[in-house]
Design a protein around this ligand. Structure first.
Ligand SMILES: Cc1cc2nc3c(=O)[nH]c(=O)nc-3n(C[C@H](O)[C@H](O)[C@H](O)COP(=O)(O)OP(=O)(O)OC[C@H]3O[C@@H](n4cnc5c(N)ncnc54)[C@H](O)[C@@H]3O)c2cc1C
Length: 280
């Protein structure tokens, strides 16, 4: 799984499936269900920490589900495997506003939906009217309330796979939108040019505080474990210096939790999804 995650760590999965389309996805899920094989859905792998022992069961990659349709009145239908960046760029080019602040967040539409990816002032879920989802037996159209978007969370928990997001965007001026995209990218380059492969912010911001600030205050920037390091540039990023293992990253995560809690009384909770088995 180190080939499929932005952190470049993670052991081997028992099976790796990349269904060609919706029918193929449903057929695969039917067979996995019948055989009692659990599955893990993989988008861009930009928010996933896969342990070194890998994944028992099947990984289902949404990469081939990449249809993107722009309909009338700002309605957009994007399949789960569409890269978020492609959706944002294409919308801006067509003069459709709403998504531009999200430019630069890696990953797919499915990941953005499941995680309710966002930045201050805009979350992906703000634009979503409904999502087509499946549990391997049926397709269901979940309207927005059922998706229960929260801070970096949604109702798309284990078992349910998002197949398509249906969004509603508003008219905008292409040149102005393009300028915002350029500004967002420059801003990310300034603040997030870190020392190695990573998964963005490791911990959620606790109510009324910033995780990166608490980590910096605890004096943890630059701390190493094996091939992993708490970034010198952004306290809430842990970077793979090249040879890191998931276990190294987990050591740093536990140390952050322990020391931040000791200093501030606040227990940081991971934003990244930790999956798979330990090596032993
Ligand atoms: C440099 C960097 C910067 C980042 N900046 C931000 C940021 O500003 N804001 C932010 O919110 N995040 C940020 N992230 C985190 C990450 O990019 C987002 O969480 C992104 O939305 C994850 O999408 P993905 O496709 O990579 O999901 P994955 O990492 O593949 O999966 C994440 C979770 O979503 C589930 N999932 C994926 N696809 C589906 C699907 N089709 N159906 C159901 N569940 C699914 C997975 O099972 C997993 O639980 C950043 C990451 C990096 C590396």
């Amino acid at each position: 799984m180190s080939r499929h995650t932005s952190w470049r760590v993670g052991g081997v999965a028992d099976a790796y499936l990349a269904p060609a389309d919706r029918d193929d996805l449903l057929a695969a899920l039917h067979r996995l269900r019948a055989a009692g094989v659990p599955w893990l859905v993989l988008g861009g792998g930009s928010n996933l920490l896969v342990r070194d022992g890998g994944v028992r069961g099947a990984v289902i990659a949404t990469s081939a589900l990449n249809r993107l349709d722009f309909l009338a009145d700002g309605e957009v239908r994007a399949e789960a495997g569409v890269a978020l960046g492609r959706l944002v760029e294409e919308a801006a080019r067509r003069g459709l506003a709403g998504l531009e602040l999200l430019y630069g967040i890696p990953g797919t539409v499915g990941g953005a939906l499941a995680m309710n990816a966002g930045v201050p002032g805009r979350e992906f879920g703000d634009l979503v009217e409904a999502a087509l989802v499946t549990d391997g037996s049926v397709f269901e159209l979940w309207e927005r309330p059922r998706l229960a978007f929260g801070y970096r969370s949604s109702a798309l928990t284990a078992g349910w796979i998002a197949v398509e997001a249906r969004l509603r965007l508003t008219p905008g001026e292409p040149a102005a939108l393009a300028a915002i995209l350029r500004e967002r990218l420059a801003c990310r380059r300034r603040s997030q040019s870190v020392e190695g492969a990573n998964a963005g912010s490791v911990f959620r911001n606790p109510a009324g505080a910033k995780a990166w600030e608490l980590i910096e205050k605890a004096g943890l920037k630059g701390v190493l474990a094996g091939g992993a390091k708490i970034s010198d540039i952004h306290g809430n990023f842990i970077v793979n210096l090249g040879q890191a293992r998931a276990a190294d990253i987990l050591v740093l995560m536990e140390r952050i939790q322990r020391e931040v809690e000791r200093g501030s009384g606040i227990r940081l909770e991971p934003e990244v999804k930790i999956v798979g088995q330990d090596e032993d």
